[in-house]
Design a binder for this molecule. Structure first.
Ligand SMILES: C[S@@+](CC[C@H](N)C(=O)[O-])C[C@H]1O[C@@H](n2cnc3c(N)ncnc32)[C@H](O)[C@@H]1O
Length: 207
C-alpha cells in the first residue's frame, strides 16, 4: 500500500521521470558505479532488492551481476518511473513493481542484499523503512545505502530544491548508526567524502 505522503512524493518523481531525470549514468558517475559494483560484491544466483529503483538505470547492472539464476526485485512508488523501467525490457530475472519500501510484498528473510541507491533521504519514516528492509533481508544479509556525492551536498541539493523533497535529508553519522542499530542492523562502516556517501550494514536481528 502507498500512503498519502508517499503518493505526493511519487507525483514529484513522476514529473522528474517525464523530464528524463536520472535516465542513465553520466560520464562522471560511471567510474563511481564501477567501483560501487565491485565493493557491493553481488554474486550470480543472489536475490537483490532495489527500493526506489527509479527508471531502472542501476537495475540493468544488478541484473547482469546476479545472472540468470539470481533475481532483482526493483520497486518504486512513482508510476512514471516504473513505466519507464519496464520499457527497458530487462531479462526475466528482473521484476519492476510499484510499491513502497515501507510495505514490500515479499516474504521474510529472502534477499541477500538490499541496495538503496540515491533514495534513502526520500524515505519519510526512516525507522519504518529500515525495519521493513530488515524483515525481508536474510540474517547476515547486506544493506547498502549509497550516493555519489557527500552527505552535505545531497542535503543541500534537497534543501534548495522546490517541492516535497526540501526536508529530505541523510541524518548525521551518529543518528544513522542509532537508526540502524534500533532496526536490527550492525554497522560495518559509513564513508562520507566528496566522491560518495555510503553505508554498509548487516542484518543481525533474526525474524
Ligand atoms: C532520486 S530518485 C533515484 C532513482 C534511482 N535509484 C536512480 O538513482 O536512478 C529516488 C526514487 O525513489 C523513489 N522513492 C521515494 N520514496 C520511496 C519509497 N518510500 N518507496 C519506494 N520508492 C521511493 C522515487 O519515486 C524516485 O524514483
Amino acid at each position: 500500500m502507498i500512503e498519502k505522503i508517499e503518493q505526493e512524493i511519487g507525483c514529484f518523481f513522476d514529473e522528474c521521470a517525464k523530464q528524463g531525470f536520472m535516465e542513465s549514468f553520466s560520464e562522471e558517475e560511471l567510474p563511481k558505479l564501477k567501483e560501487a559494483l565491485k565493493r557491493w560484491d553481488i554474486r550470480p544466483g543472489q536475490h537483490i532488492l532495489e527500493p526506489g529503483c527509479g527508471s531502472g538505470r542501476l537495475t540493468e547492472y544488478l541484473s547482469r551481476a546476479v545472472d540468470a539464476e539470481g533475481e532483482v526485485y526493483a520497486c518504486d512508488i512513482s508510476t512514471e518511473m516504473i513505466r519507464l523501467a519496464r520499457k527497458r525490457s530487462l531479462p526475466g530475472n528482473v521484476m519492476f513493481v510499484q510499491a513502497s519500501v515501507n510495505s514490500i510484498p515479499r516474504e521474510d528473510n529472502f534477499f541477500d542484499s538490499v541496495i538503496c541507491f540515491q533514495v534513502f533521504p526520500h524515505f519519510t519514516d526512516q525507522t519504518r523503512s529500515l525495519s521493513e528492509i530488515a524483515r525481508v533481508l536474510k540474517p547476515r544479509g547486506n544493506l547498502r545505502i549509497e550516493h555519489f556525492k557527500s552527505r552535505d551536498t545531497i542535503n543541500s541539493v534537497h534543501k534548495e530544491a522546490s517541492g516535497v523533497i526540501v526536508s529530505h535529508i541523510i541524518p548525521p553519522d551518529e543518528k544513522m548508526r542509532r537508526l540502524l542499530n534500533r532496526t536490527g542492523f550492525e554497522v560495518v562502516g559509513i564513508q562520507d567524502s566528496p566522491q560518495r556517501y555510503c553505508v554498509h550494514a548487516v542484518k543481525i536481528k533474526f525474524c
